[in-house]
Write a protein that binds this ligand. Structure first.
Ligand SMILES: [Fe+2]
Ligand SMILES: [Fe+2]
Length: 472
């Protein structure tokens, strides 16, 4: 079992000391990363945070918990164990041994895929940097910081690949990852959802539920890659990612739970004046975060993605569990489309060009699980209201539906009707102001804000009232 070497400046399980040039290059990137963390990372001053640090990539014991100063968090480079018999599972090279080096003809495409993934990791840290000041509890504050340090580590993961396999261009891209910033006018992050604000904790939970989950699906396709170092990197990142989605899922559970309590206690849907977040506002936030996250999957059809698949760069979600020939050359898939009559419908395309749709469908199915879970909370309380995922055509800026407007139920509507009704579907300034007004910090051990229920369990077997964060 490969245990990370923590005696090194950069903890790693890739024998970094054996490659002096690479080690020096990464060691010279490290202070730039730390400067970025200081200027763009969490703003709330803290002394120590109860954090999980990866010490081992094996099945057990890869996570070590301790109180650490965040700046001293050991960001490192961890790849999942190498499987020496691993073979390419799909595309034209199916059955051949996986690649340990980047084939020249795929270099530009692989670099692009890694840069796009890498760009999202620090972006979310930037988006979340002010949230500490309004954390509803120390438990939540700790979870926020855990997500932040791990997104920082995911940046390290991508930067390692760029430095180790893409030469001077890779090193330049690694610098750029620190120079672009979320929401910046001159140098924004590459993808739209990563330039949106995360101004309050309801947004944070929605982001970790819907947008981190997009990350899970993207990483899942890269984990299938024929480029083995990328595959192994993503496999390990996915383990950390699942905690981020846990934060989102249970965060929204707890908001819904509290809203339900207030609705029953005061026999009203208008829980705003009672210090809660109305279900209608939760639904609007859900509509927003879900629809911008769907945009991250790109267009319904894409020849680039078809080529990535055929050449082995990017597979499908759970590729090896698919029961087909894994080449898809003669197959077809139905994808969402606007028909010639302007209706919202579907059209048949070659399976290879429809792979974005295939991935998005997997994602949507997964998103629905959360909605079902939140609806169970409503159901058990005997309330008739339900939360819903809006239709894929709702509020889209990318793909087939970018040019039209649709209601959350998928009815096409005119631009005028959209303008008139959208305040009922997406958070308004008034909604956001109300949510923000609830965001008063609760930084006292064992206490929790009034708009959210406490968690059922603490972290790593610790109680809810544990001293998860030592504030400065
Ligand atoms: Fe990540
Ligand atoms: Fe994440």
């Amino acid at each position: 079992m490969t245990t990370a070497d923590y005696t090194e400046k950069i903890p790693n399980n890739v024998d970094l000391h054996e490659d002096r040039r690479l080690q020096r290059a990464l060691e010279s990137w490290q202070p730039n990363f730390l400067n970025w963390w200081e200027s763009m990372g969490p703003r709330l001053p803290t002394q120590e945070v109860y954090l999980r640090t990866a010490v081992n990539v094996g099945r057990e014991g890869w996570a070590h918990f301790d109180h650490v100063a965040m700046r001293d968090y050991r960001w490192g480079i961890f790849l999942a164990e190498r499987d020496r018999d691993r073979r390419i599972a799909f595309g034209q090279h199916k059955g051949e041994p996986v690649w340990q080096k980047v084939p020249g003809e795929y270099r530009a495409d692989l670099q692009r895929l890694i840069v796009i993934q890498g760009d999202t990791e620090p972006a979310s840290v930037e988006q979340q940097r002010n949230l500490g000041a309004t954390a509803p509890s120390l438990y939540d504050l700790r979870n926020l910081f855990q997500v932040n340090v791990e997104e920082g580590r995911h940046l390290w993961a991508m930067v390692y690949l760029l430095h180790a396999y893409f030469g001077r261009e890779g090193r330049e891209e690694a610098e750029e990852l620190l120079h672009r910033n979320s929401g910046s006018e001159d140098a924004p992050r590459i993808l739209g959802a990563f330039n949106e604000e995360t101004p309050d904790w309801l947004s944070f939970f929605m982001f970790t539920y819907f947008t981190d989950r997009d990350g899970k699906y993207q990483l899942g396709t890269l984990k299938e890659s024929a480029f083995d170092p990328l595959s192994r990197t993503c496999e390990f990142m996915l383990k950390e990612e699942s905690h981020h989605m846990f934060v989102g899922t249970t965060g929204i559970d707890r908001v819904v739970e509290r809203t339900v309590q207030l609705m029953i206690e005061h026999d009203t849907d208008e829980v705003g004046p009672r210090g809660g977040i109305p279900l209608t506002v939760i639904q609007k936030y859900l509509n927003f975060h879900y629809s911008v996250s769907l945009d991250l999957f790109g267009s319904e059809t894409s020849t680039n993605v078809a080529n990535y698949f055929t050449s082995g760069l990017k597979g499908r979600w759970l590729e090896e569990r698919r029961r087909d020939d894994h080449r898809l050359t003669g197959e077809a898939i139905m994808v969402d489309a606007v028909t010639d009559e302007g209706d919202i419908g579907q059209t048949e395309v070659a399976a290879l060009v429809g792979l974005n749709t295939d991935l998005r469908r997997e994602y949507i199915g997964d998103c629905q699980n959360g909605v079902n879970r939140w609806n169970k909370i409503l159901d058990s309380a005997g309330l008739p209201q339900r939360l819903r995922l809006p239709h894929v055509a709702f509020n889209r800026k990318v793909g087939a539906f970018a040019g039209i407007e649709a209601a959350p139920d998928g009815t096409p509507i005119s631009a005028e009707e959209w303008a008139r009704r959208k305040s009922g579907w997406l958070p308004t300034d008034l909604d956001k102001t109300h949510v923000r007004s609830l965001m008063r910090p609760v930084h006292e051990r064992g206490k929790i804000a009034a708009w959210i229920a406490p968690p059922r369990q603490g972290i790593n077997g610790k109680p809810f009232d544990y001293d998860y964060v030592h504030l400065a």
